[in-house]
Design a protein around this ligand. Structure first.
Ligand code: MLT
Length: 393
């Protein structure tokens, strides 16, 4: 492909369509094949789902999986950076009223607080160090967010970053034994599947847009989290479990009747469809596979597996629906709920936590591109509408 080959012909009809399918940049961390789904640096995500989360983060940052020495050195660096969290960096969360706002508000506030405390964020050229600090300190932010907003600050356990990112979070929540093992298994799997999803999903695009103005990593990621908090994006996993709980039965006929009445009322069928995918999201299949292993008899999970069978044929009756198949949100909430996370409004914070690594890797790639000059500040063009030229008399 030569530099000036036309990639895409933009016409009037493409305007105001959310830039859907319009190529605007390159991505070196992942791509989303409409049929086979997301690949991380070429690997189908299913190949990576049972690895250590730190090794997959290393892959996104370094474009190859680490060998043993590299893996140990990377984990040691994360452990060191987690321990170096400035004292009181997250004290701002204590000033928020327990139960107030949405957990995604707390997440964005916490990320900005880590940035404000991370003094050298003001010195340009520390993007990689800031990204590594944020990735390393997210487990503590998440644990404090869960316990402070949940009104149980006294349950917080001292950090143990050497355990690993997910394991440290579960430990700081005060969860131990078999319950901790189940949580670690589901969270690690969920974490790896949600780290990255191409260059153009809204949270990633928003984070990169802010970063293109050379804002700090913290400001860029906080912006990405705010983008993720929308019900059409990350908050869909919360809405999906609430949808499953509203259905409350795994009887196929009752589900069909419910889905048809929702469609007639023009209400969304959560857990289905996607802007790029045109087949079942492999992340959904992987999560349902894990659910079959760890919570086959869980009531929510049984409804999820029934929905997977009942819904696509119904949606296929509607020619306007380009993708009638399950997406990643269909099963994720039921698995989180089955291992002890009972409040769906916290589910999007897990999505956000996982996505921090992917967005940081993409920002660093854009900063390093063009022989280090980096991608210029984003400045897409908008066509003027309903603005007849006029002057003040
Ligand atoms: C994601 O993982 O970001 C979602 O599937 C949305 C998207 O890819 O646009």
């Amino acid at each position: 492909m030569a530099g000036d080959d036309s990639l895409f012909a933009i016409s009037e009809g493409h305007l105001d369509t959310g830039m859907r399918g319009i190529p605007v940049g390159t991505c070196r961390t992942s791509y989303v094949d409409p049929i086979e789904g997301v690949h991380y640096v070429g690997y189908p995500v299913g190949d990576l789902a049972n690895l250590e989360e730190e090794d997959v983060i290393y892959l996104l940052l370094h474009k190859q999986l680490p060998n043993t020495e590299e893996s140990e050195a990377f984990r040691a660096e994360l452990t060191h950076r987690a321990e170096e969290i400035p004292t009181g960096a997250l004290r701002v969360l204590e000033s928020l009223t327990p139960g107030s706002g949405h957990p995604m508000d707390w997440l964005a506030i916490g990320i900005m607080a880590l940035g404000a405390a991370d003094t050298h964020a003001r010195r340009p050229g520390n993007a990689r160090s800031d990204a590594m600090n944020l990735i390393a300190r997210m487990p503590e932010l998440m644990a404090r967010l869960f316990l402070l907003r949940g009104g149980r600050p006294e349950d917080l356990k001292p950090r143990k970053p050497e355990l690993g990112l997910v394991e440290n979070f579960v430990h700081m929540l005060g969860v131990e034994g078999e319950e901790a093992e189940r949580m670690n298994r589901v969270l690690r799997f969920f974490f790896i599947l949600h780290m990255d999803h191409g260059g153009g999903n809204l949270s990633t695009f928003s984070g990169k847009a802010v970063a293109s103005g050379r804002a700090s990593i913290y400001a860029s990621i906080a912006s990405a989290m705010n983008a993720l908090s929308g019900p059409l994006h990350g908050r869909a996993n919360q809405a999906c479990l609430e949808f499953v709980q509203r259905i409350g039965t795994s009887d196929h006929d009752e589900i069909e009747a419910f889905v048809r009445s929702e469609l007639a009322a023009r209400r969304p069928i959560y857990g289905f469809g996607h802007g790029v995918l045109r087949a079942e999201d492999p992340r959904a299949a992987l999560l349902i596979g894990l659910g079959g292993e760890i919570c086959p008899d869980d009531e929510n999970f049984r409804i999820v597996t029934a929905l997977r069978e009942v819904v696509p044929p119904i949606l296929k009756e509607k020619p306007k629906i380009s993708n009638p198949y399950p997406n990643v949100d269909l099963a994720s909430g039921s698995l989180l709920h089955s291992v002890g996370f009972r409040k769906p409004d916290y589910f999007t914070t897990f999505f956000g936590w996982a996505r921090v690594a992917g967005i940081c890797a993409q920002i660093l790639d854009e900063r390093d591109s063009r022989e280090g000059r980096g991608v210029p500040i984003y400045r897409p063009k908008y066509i003027a509408r309903e603005q007849p030229h006029r002057r003040l008399e």
